[in-house]
Write a protein that binds this ligand. Structure first.
Ligand code: GL4
Length: 838
């Protein structure tokens, strides 16, 4: 055993050290942590003690690799990626790190040696839910791939004390509960109280002449907050590269205002502390919808300023001049949330480091890249000028100066095109004035990208059209990807084992190799085993559904799943219309030979998004009626799985037969859940939207259930005048479904409850559910037909998995590295630090 272990992962001698990889090493380390870190004897250890001991045992091995990675950072002077994101939806660490260290089986054994089941420990871990959905989860997948590809990188964000709320369902409604993820401590983070920066807010600016006679601006803030670094190691898969995610916590510069304290004003004295700490208190729970709150801008500026100051410090520490900052760092703006970085870097370079404007602008423009993640107008960030000026007066001056110079350039290219100049301006001046963050990001970046082919094309022709016409060379597409380590190896061990048994494990790092599975699609024995894996996963999910909702579902039925944030454009209510249509068929014809389906929904609604919350209530209300109607006889079940998060996602994707990707074409920028489902052998029913288009291209049109209008058709019909009511009137099945909802049938006779939803469909139907309804229902009938032929279905599922290679986040990150960041890998060698690690 010891022999085998010392050969894998690391060629170097770690086997007898403090962080050795053999079962003996792991057992010893586990017991030591139980005793010395948790202060427990095995007999009195709780589940949490065991979990903590396992976490620290694994963490020790991460830290050994981290130390080696950092050693190279300094020694090699390699170019580093700084990934700036307001969200990182990491999910639980323990299992993932065990996979990446390749010690899963050993830790399972070590925990069994102390009488503890590993799954119970994995289940016990609170996940850091520091994100809303796809955007934050993408950032987490990208960190995994950066480390796996051995690219030196630092993720920068906010250490929210409360992440995305926990969702409970009461009487069918969503209820939000505070996410207290830090309650039991967080063994994965290392606080760095000595790595801190001051961040200024408010106040005013005044001009002055410096010693050299240069005109400068001095910013006198009225508030200063301190950011403290908390580092989480991010290890790559079977490599020694261990990058870090550095999250900032806000604290008061002085915890107590002694002047107030001394005059007996205790509450006044702690006020500042409480006020400052608010900044990193809670994640805004809106996905693709801005709230325009000052605290949000404070959060953005806070983490951006700390992160840039940190990168500048690291840069200066290796002895380089700031003129070369962009040669040592590539900084990616994950959407516009961190885009105030453009102005902040200018401020740091010009005001604090006394660089001249032109050089600073050269550095700034060459260091940033900007990824756009949505076309939805309600998600495009803009800040009222007054609010911005009050909070960041110096940044507004800088933005004005950037804008003045930029628009001068534009005027040369497009003389007299005032309308275009108004559209390109960093300031929106139609009515109340706003700072346009997307424009700032475009002007301040070297590269701009969308997240799927269709999305990038739409960016170029709609939201960022003027910028595309100005700088076509800056634009490119980077289709999203997801990490197969978490989304296949960790979450679907059964499928992983089966695939390994036929084609080995090379695909885990080179996902294209899944292609080799194609030849097994026609292999009977393989298909049987494949089905057995799926059935096992469905049974496990059925057990979880029973535990969480009390609903018992049949694992032999088709698991038809839609999990994602609840949003009208994602059209969970189109899925509901289909459910009601099936239900009506059963009511009309009780003896109908219908393929049994379990329709599962999951996802959170922004607390202030009324329609989304009403959709959750609708799903639960329909479920209540359908699941209790004896006439249905288990041919149809509806489940709303509460509190969908990374942890439950890992159990849900592997159990799906059918993946619902049914957004209105042109609205979903990419989607990443669509990729996770397909990688786990679910077939997709979907529109030509986001990455669905490319998934279908890859897996083949025969293995994808397509329905609905194209983005072009959506735009055309909208411009010609769309009339949902005429569709309603001419389609009896649709009318019956909508009328049943409107009648109060699902709301205990109350016709008012769902009226807002029904009315919005009949009189506006912004997302064109009615236009796509018949095409969707027909497509679902084809799905049922296909599922009846289980061998054909399994063949299609195998081909889906075999052809998903493109959607690894490794492919996406390689493209970013080559085409945007221009960074290359650095192989980290393990070093035995002698007595230090024995
Ligand atoms: C999103 C998009 O809605 C989603 O399609 C995409 O996959 C994701 C990552 O690029 O980004 N944009 C925002 S905002 N939230 C998202 O999830």
């Amino acid at each position: 055993m010891a022999q085998r272990k010392s050969k894998k992962t690391n060629s170097n001698k770690t086997d007898c050290s403090r962080t050795g990889m053999t079962l003996i090493d792991l057992n010893r380390c586990f017991n030591e942590h139980l005793f010395y870190t948790q202060g427990r004897l095995p007999l009195s250890a709780t589940l949490n003690d065991h979990y903590m001991a396992a976490a620290y045992t694994v963490r020790d091995r991460l830290l050994h690799r981290w130390v080696c990675t950092v050693r190279d950072f300094i020694r090699e002077g390699v170019k580093v990626v700084g990934y700036l994101s307001a969200e990182f939806l990491l999910g639980p660490h323990l299992g993932n790190n065990m996979i990446n260290l390749d010690i899963f089986d050993e830790v399972r054994e070590a925990s069994e040696n102390v009488g503890r089941n590993l799954d119970a420990m994995l289940d016990h871990e609170e996940e850091p839910g520091l994100g809303n959905g796809g955007l934050g989860r993408l950032a987490a997948c990208y960190l995994d791939s950066l480390a796996t590809l051995e690219i030196p990188a630092i993720g920068y964000g906010i250490r929210y004390e409360f992440g995305i709320f926990d969702q409970e369902i009461r009487d069918g409604w969503q209820v939000e509960k505070t996410d207290k993820w830090l309650r039991l401590g967080n063994p994965w983070e290392i606080p760095r109280p000595e790595v801190t920066y001051e961040v200024k807010f408010g106040g005013h600016t005044a001009g002055y002449c410096d010693d050299g006679g240069c005109y400068r601006s001095r910013w006198t803030p009225d508030r200063v907050v301190r950011g403290i670094a908390y580092d989480t190691p991010i290890l790559g898969y079977k490599v020694n590269t261990c990058n870090m995610l550095r999250l900032w916590k806000a604290e008061a510069v002085e915890s107590f205002d002694f002047a107030s304290f001394n005059v007996g004003n205790y509450y006044g004295a702690v006020h500042e502390k409480v006020y400052s700490e608010n900044i990193s208190k809670v994640l805004y729970p809106n996905d693709e919808q801005i709230q325009g709150k000052q605290l949000r801008l404070e959060q953005q500026y806070f983490f951006v300023s700390c992160s840039l100051q940190d990168m500048i410090r690291l840069h200066l520490a290796i002895g380089k001049s700031l003129e070369y900052f962009h040669e040592e760092f590539a900084i990616q703006l994950n959407d516009t949330h961190p885009s105030v970085a453009v102005a902040e870097l200018m401020r740091l370079l010009v005001d604090e480091h006394h660089m001249d404007w032109d050089t600073a602008w050269h550095v700034t423009r060459n260091v940033f890249g900007y990824t756009n993640h949505t076309l939805l107008p309600e998600a495009l960030e803009r800040w009222p000028l007054r609010l911005f000026a009050n909070l960041l007066p110096r940044h507004l001056e800088i933005i004005f100066e950037i804008n003045r110079r930029f628009l001068d350039e534009v005027r040369v290219i497009y003389p007299d095109d005032e309308a275009r100049i108004a559209r390109l301006s960093l300031i929106d001046e139609q009515g109340e004035r706003y700072v346009r963050m997307a424009n700032l990001a475009c002007v301040g970046s070297r590269a701009i990208n969308g997240v799927a082919k269709l999305h990038t094309e739409l960016l170029k022709t709609t939201v960022l059209k003027d910028f595309y016409e100005l700088w076509p060379e800056k634009f490119s597409n980077k289709t999203n990807g997801v990490t197969p380590r978490r989304w296949m190896v960790l979450s679907n061990p059964g499928l992983t084992r089966l695939i390994r048994s036929r084609i080995g494990g090379g695909w885990i790092k080179k996902l294209d190799r899944l292609k080799r599975l194609e030849s097994y699609a026609g292999d009977d024995a393989f298909r049987r085993e494949w089905q057995a894996v799926k059935t096992g996963n469905k049974q496990a999910l059925a057990a979880l559904i029973l535990e969480r909702t009390g609903i018992s579902v049949n694992p032999d039925s088709m698991f038809d799943i839609q999990v994602k944030r609840i949003h009208e454009y994602k059209r969970q209510h189109l899925n509901v219309l289909h459910v009601v249509t099936l239900y009506n068929r059963l009511r009309r014809n009780p003896g109908l030979d219908m393929l049994p389906r379990t329709v599962i929904f999951g996802g959170k609604a922004a607390p202030s998004y009324y329609m989304a919350k009403l959709i959750i209530k609708l799903i639960n209300s329909v479920a209540d009626v359908v699941n209790h109607d004896p006439a249905v006889r288990n041919r149809l079940k509806v489940v709303f799985f509460p509190d969908f998060n990374v942890k439950s996602a890992q159990k849900i994707y592997p159990a799906a037969d059918l993946s619902e990707q049914i957004s209105t074409a042109g609205k979903e920028a990419s989607g990443t859940g669509n990729m996770k489902f397909s990688m786990n052998g679910a077939l997709t029913i979907g529109t030509l939207d986001g990455a669905n288009v490319e998934i279908r291209e890859e897996v083949g049109a025969d293995n994808f259930f397509l329905f609905g209008l194209t983005a072009e058709e959506v735009a055309r019909i909208k411009s010609e005048g769309y009339d949902p009511r005429s569709i309603y009137l001419s389609n009896p099945d649709l009318r019956e479904a909508i009328d049943l909802i409107g009648s109060g049938f699902f709301s205990r006779g109350d016709p008012d409850l769902f009226k807002p939803l029904v009315d919005s469909l009949l009189y506006q139907d912004e997302y064109m559910l009615l236009a796509d309804y018949q095409s969707y229902v027909d497509c679902q009938d084809r799905v049922s037909e296909a599922y009846r032929d289980r061998d054909r279905w399994t063949r299609m599922a195998i081909l889906n998995v075999a052809r998903m290679g493109k959607f690894s986040s490794d492919r996406a990150i390689r493209e970013y590295c080559r085409e945007i960041w221009r960074v290359s890998p650095n192989t980290v060698e393990m070093e035995d630090f002698g007595d230090l690690v024995r």
